[in-house]
Design a protein around this ligand. Structure first.
Ligand code: GH3
Ligand code: MG
Ligand code: MG
Ligand code: MG
Ligand code: MG
Length: 308
């Protein structure tokens, strides 16, 4: 996702809340209070609650403590263990003022407590505050992982994301493809047109690459100066070659003038592709190096091309 999409706040999406309580009557009271302002999901036991959290990732969970089987504390601990559910804000809703329980809840990572019988005004205010905090921290987290100039993911995001993607492909025996891309004769572009035109060119190139690798799990990141990397899980060699050739073609189609290029009088890009179905004795780093080696070949074979 591009940086502009994150920070456009003209129509903030409705928040998602999961209500969890083994007593249906308690869920009804909270639903009544909150359904006008938020999208509400519900669960009457801990296991179901975790399942819903993994599936829809609510912003906030209002969690009862005393429940048969998995209690609220167990649910909270499990949510905090997993990267996918860690950032869900947990607010415990509890029937008793028990200091020790509150301490335990906060230690497990809860952000607040609400006491039953609930006070509607206090409950709404606390939830609203948590939403504000959650929105701000989500925004900060996402901005920290985006490249400020081009708006695509940055190197840090690539380094956080790619080992997980690799593990998924290893576990599910799926192919993964990595493409390294590097703008041709870009030093001369800067020398000829100046740095601010150079920056503008980088933005256009980045957004064009990003618009070509747009499956939900694809990642396009700025790897360094005028180099980009594209990670495509569940994409085999043929599929990735098709996408990469499309990227190379769509950069020429931008028709950005480049008098200093030896290739043609427009900006072009070179690409190196490597694909593999991961197995235990392979390493992600080797796949990246292989894509980089192919990029080097694309440069020496005349640029404006894909080598694989
Ligand atoms: P090649 O075709 O072999 O890739 O040649 P090149 O000139 O593109 O490669 P080289 O690595 O020699 O130069 C890369 C240039 O990219 C150097 C620098 O001027 C430019 N560059 C790197 N980061 C930025 C940036 O953020 N903004 C601008 N305007 N230019 C940048
Ligand atoms: Mg209960
Ligand atoms: Mg380079
Ligand atoms: Mg270059
Ligand atoms: Mg390199």
């Amino acid at each position: 996702m591009l940086i502009e999409e994150y920070i456009s706040t003209d129509k903030p999406e409705r928040g998602k809340i999961l209500l969890v309580d083994d007593q249906v009557v308690n869920i009804k009271i909270l639903h009544q209070l909150l359904h006008q302002d938020y999208d509400i999901h519900m669960a009457t036991d801990g296991l179901k609650a975790i399942e819903i959290c993994e599936k829809i990732q609510p912003d906030i969970i209002l969690l009862d403590i005393e429940m048969p089987n998995l209690n609220g504390f167990d649910v909270c601990a499990k949510l905090k263990q997993r990267a996918e559910t860690r950032s869900i804000a947990v607010i415990f809703v509890t029937g008793h003022f028990d200091l020790e329980k509150e301490v335990q809840g906060f230690q497990l990572g809860a952000v607040d407590f609400i006491h039953k019988p609930i006070n509607p005004v206090i409950t709404q205010a606390r939830i609203k505050n948590q939403f504000k905090l959650k929105r701000q921290s989500d925004l900060l987290r996402s901005i920290a992982l985006l490249d400020g100039l081009t708006g695509v993911a940055n190197r840090r995001k690539f380094e956080q994301h790619t080992p997980t993607t690799w593990q998924h492909c290893l576990r599910d025996k799926l192919p993964i493809s990595i493409v390294m891309l590097d703008i041709d004769f870009f030093k001369r572009f800067n020398d000829c047109y100046g740095h601010s035109k150079g920056d503008e060119c980088l933005r256009k190139v980045a957004q064009t690459i990003n618009s070509r690798a747009r499956r939900p799990y694809d990642l396009v990141a700025r790897f360094g100066g005028e180099e980009f990397i594209c990670v495509m899980p569940n994409t085999d060699f043929d599929g990735a070659l098709f996408v990469t050739q499309q990227i190379v073609d769509s950069i020429i189609a931008l028709k950005i003038p480049h008098e200093g290029s030896d290739v043609m009088k427009f900006v072009t890009i070179s690409a190196g592709l490597a694909s593999v179905i991961p197995s235990q004795n392979m390493e992600l780093q080797a796949l990246i190096e292989s894509a980089d080696k192919q990029l080097y070949r694309a440069k020496s074979q005349g640029r404006n091309r894909v080598e694989a």
